[in-house]
Design a protein around this ligand. Structure first.
Ligand SMILES: [Zn+2]
Ligand SMILES: [Zn+2]
Length: 67
């Protein structure tokens, strides 16, 4: 699969990720990654784990979310 953003500008670059919002394939240059902490449910006697998860989006969706 080729990067959608690169394809729009006439280039063909192999995609390394898929935007989880719109499903567009994006290359390493165009992918936007962020860490989201998933807080586990606290059970009595258990340690609360803050697990960092990865969220990958394309530049368009990232910009839309920040607007
Ligand atoms: Zn690209
Ligand atoms: Zn997207």
């Amino acid at each position: 699969m080729s990067c959608y953003e690169c394809a729009r500008s006439g280039r063909t670059t192999e995609a390394v990720a898929v935007c989880r919002v719109c499903g567009a394939a994006v290359c390493l240059e165009h992918v936007r990654t962020e860490s989201v902490v998933m807080r586990g449910t606290a059970q009595p006697g258990e340690v609360i784990h803050d697990r960092p998860a990865r969220r990958m989006t394309c530049p368009v969706c990232r910009a839309a979310e920040q607007a």
